[in-house]
Design a protein around this ligand. Structure first.
Ligand code: AMP
Length: 402
């Protein structure tokens, strides 16, 4: 029985989950949010199932790690820091260097640092958190788990952009994808649970949450994915526009006098479901507005579903056939309405048949088939678990055992 910490440091947050492995038992989890603010939030689950939440200044990620470490001891979640044998860090951008997880040493650290220009809001924060953990728990090993690693198996034709080749050579501009840890996890669970007897399975995974991406997977390897150089590309998302004609950027600049950074921020934070509906980026709010007949909410939802259906069609062609369609993440696991809209948008071409009752039933952690036997492609809901995947990789790469 060993304790492993999974860490997900975002630009202004630090999420954590402490596991007991190999039992895969979650001991505690929580978040430090609004890092850099006077009224930041630190929240942690206690052993009795309740949560402790504090509002306090958290100046940086190092302070967030200090708070977490103190809480683990003060709240008697662990009795000594030496119980933590390994720490896994989610790293957003691994560039061309990493096609699997790696022990976090000086070499790995230097490469993650070199990649900061490709993920300015994330890779720097990951390294700050890593250093803070290294100081606080010096005896534990650290492993980097990359969001991009699973997608490194794509072929050049699938990851290059059709711009002059020198931009790829000189500046490494290409499609990297994201959510790789989740797509990899979903692919493994799909194989173990639903495709045991299928040789060389082809599947499409839909990780659809506040950020959304699809992945075409053949034989457990990524063939194509919808996010690009950054997570802005692909399908319509909560606040991101997804694929868009690049000319929109200079045209908005010429018409409004905004800077390219301002327009880029609009594409990232004010677009997608939020921008079209004018209601919210959250599908719960969109569903409520749709029920009241809000036209823009209805259009936003249809655009979201159609953009996902378009990628499903594209990946069906890319794979040649599909053995399983997997719905996952916040929307894929919880929204019967949005799942139905997506299926409606591609069912005729693909011969999909949704089991309406199962689709309504399988939310909030319930999972299984949501298609009838008539469906030409089976469809399932699988709850994703990136933190568990990270913990598993820590055990694997640090070669830890009981
Ligand atoms: P994630 O980023 O995977 O945590 O997904 C978060 C998103 O999932 C939220 O912004 C909502 O759009 C969506 N979501 C979560 N719970 C529900 C629910 N019960 N019904 C509809 N949508 C949900």
């Amino acid at each position: 029985m060993i304790k492993i910490m999974s860490v997900n440091a975002g630009s202004s947050s630090l999420k954590f989950k402490l596991f007991e492995m190999p039992e895969e038992k979650v001991i505690t989890s929580g978040i430090a949010d609004r890092i850099g603010h006077e009224d930041a939030i630190f929240s942690i689950k206690l052993l009795d199932g309740t949560s402790k939440k504090q509002i306090l200044p958290i100046k940086d990620h190092a302070r967030a790690v200090e708070l977490l470490i103190s809480a683990l001891i003060d709240e008697h979640i662990i009795s000594s820091l030496s119980e933590i044998k390994g720490i896994g860090h989610r790293i957003v951008q691994g560039g061309k260097y990493f096609s699997h997880s790696e022990i976090l040493n000086e070499d790995t650290e230097a490469k993650i640092k070199e990649l900061i220009p490709l993920a300015p809001l994330h890779n720097g924060a990951h390294l700050t958190a890593f250093k803070a953990f290294k100081n606080a728990v010096p005896d534990a090993g650290n492993v980097a788990v990359f969001d991009t690693a699973f997608h490194q198996s794509m072929e050049m034709e699938d990851y290059l952009y059709a711009i002059p080749y020198e931009y790829y050579e000189k500046y490494s501009i290409r499609r990297y994808g994201a959510h790789g840890t989740s797509h990899d996890y979903l692919s493994q669970i799909a194989k173990e649970t639903y495709l045991k007897n299928v040789e060389h399975p082809s599947i499409i995974t839909l990780h659809i949450g506040s950020g959304s991406s699809l992945c075409a997977i053949k034989d457990g390897k990524c063939v194509a994915t919808s996010m690009g150089l950054t997570p802005l590309a692909g399908v319509v998302m909560g606040t991101r526009c997804g694929d868009i004609d690049p000319s929109v950027m200079p045209y908005i600049i010429s018409q409004t006098g905004k800077t390219s950074q301002e327009v880029y921020d609009i594409f990232n934070f004010q677009s997608g479901l939020k921008g079209i509906s004018g209601v919210s980026n959250d599908t719960r709010d969109i569903e409520e507005a749709m029920e009241k007949g809000n036209e823009r909410a209805i259009i936003a939802a249809k655009m979201f579903a159609r953009s996902i259906a378009n990628y499903i069609g594209q990946y069906y062609v890319r794979l040649g056939h599909v053995d399983l369609l997997v719905f996952s993440a916040g929307i894929g696991e919880n929204s019967s309405t949005f799942r139905k809209l997506i299926v409606e948008a591609c069912k005729e071409a693909l011969g999909l048949d949704l089991d309406e009752a199962k689709n309504l039933e399988y939310v909030h952690g319930k999972h299984g088939y949501i298609s009838t036997k008539k469906s030409k492609i089976p469809m399932v809901v699988i709850p994703t678990d990136e933190e568990l995947m990270i913990a598993k990789d820590v055990v694997k790469y640090l070669k830890l055992s009981d």
